[in-house]
Design a protein around this ligand. Sequence first.
Ligand SMILES: [Zn+2]
Length: 478
Amino acid sequence: MRSPFTTALLAALTTTTIAACGPDERSLDAADGRETTDVVEAADGIEVDEDHDHTDEHLELGALYSDGPTRFARVDLFGSGPRLVPVTVRHGGVYFQGDMLLGREADLHLVDDPAPVAGGKGAKAPPAPGALKSAVAIRTPWPNGEIVFQIDGNAFPAGSAMRNRIDQAIANVNANTMIKLRPKGAADLAFLRITRHPDGVTCSSFLGFAPPPVPMLMQLGPDCSVGNIMHEFGHSAGLYHEQSRADRDQHIRVRFDNIVDDKEAQFQTYLVDGLAGQDVGTFDLGSIMMYGSFTGFENNLAQPAMNKRSCAANDFSAGCVWSGQRNGFSGTDAAGLARQVTGDPIAKFKIRNVAQDRCLRPTGASTAEGAAIEVVACNSAHKSQRWYTWRRPGMARDVVVNEHSRHCLARNAAGTLVQSRCTGVDAAKQFTFQGLGLFRGEQIQQSGGRCVLASANGASVSSSCADTTSREFTRDYL
Ligand SMILES: [Zn+2]
């Protein structure tokens, strides 16, 4: 909600002087310079926690708190070539969809207000590329799937409530996704610095990875929850918002007629916003990257910005709206993170069982977490039959990732071979391809003397690695 403190906060913030800084400065001007002390104290001094009613995900909608007009930045996100991306600017930082930091205003040379175009209330088209001066390349994934971080100890001293939340979020990411979050060492030049948000309130993170001197910051206000911080780590790894998926209109309805002028870009798909991307898995209202139906950007705050496509446009009953989930990464989130961590490897293969002369895939080409693995006629054209291996830094075995679902092979409690979210730390999801000798295939081994075994009915993880063709596979590279 647009709460009354916003105006006071803005007044406090606008008195701050932003220092100039050179191109080799590692931080946003306002992020950790002396001048920002006043900003943080001013923001903290305002009573904001008493009766505001925004839920967790609203802390990620930074434009609610220090709003500015939509402008355009030229950036090269994820190798798609330079694009003009709608952004807002706050405290020298350029943000996409409220909480994704793209870089510094000083580096991106923004342009204002291209001519409105037909096709939507307030819709805007990007200006001609010649109007721009420079671009910043933002690349993903992070090398080796490791996000190197440094926590600002002045902003978040050990033992403080916020430090505890950051530590909890880091532990959750490390345990439940394939991302490895590692503290910065002396040799690390590129790292995510976790510091206080200069607006004193909202939660945001740099989107993806970029080499120095681009400053990668995660900026957190004192109300950011563990779930908010996990959401921000999703952006650090390169995830967009779930409602930005290219296929979202099949599942939800964005009610542009109820969204305040100039904020349509917050609700466009990454394709409409001019960005490259990929929809991984199936659309997921339970994603930690999904905003709730009510966002605070509504003209009529009694009606949501989004409702389910299966409901009538004006049906806002309980089954037609949702809240933003901030308790943990969903299976879809984990699949998207697996894609971001591994990139899109060239070396993909079918896994052909020698006895059956057929190949492994998730049953029915499912993208669902927990789906059993079946054995079907081999077909290179089907992404569901394509797999690749990835080894998390420090681990002795590989995870085996499905290209279609981006889930990993796993042994469940019953010994069935299934696909499950990739973590890279769970022994039940780690395998070694062990060659059987010249002109032979391989066994797919796990710790404890277990091997993958295929039959006409499906695949399991046997407690034996006896040399039989039911346990012998070939990797047919594509
Ligand atoms: Zn976000």
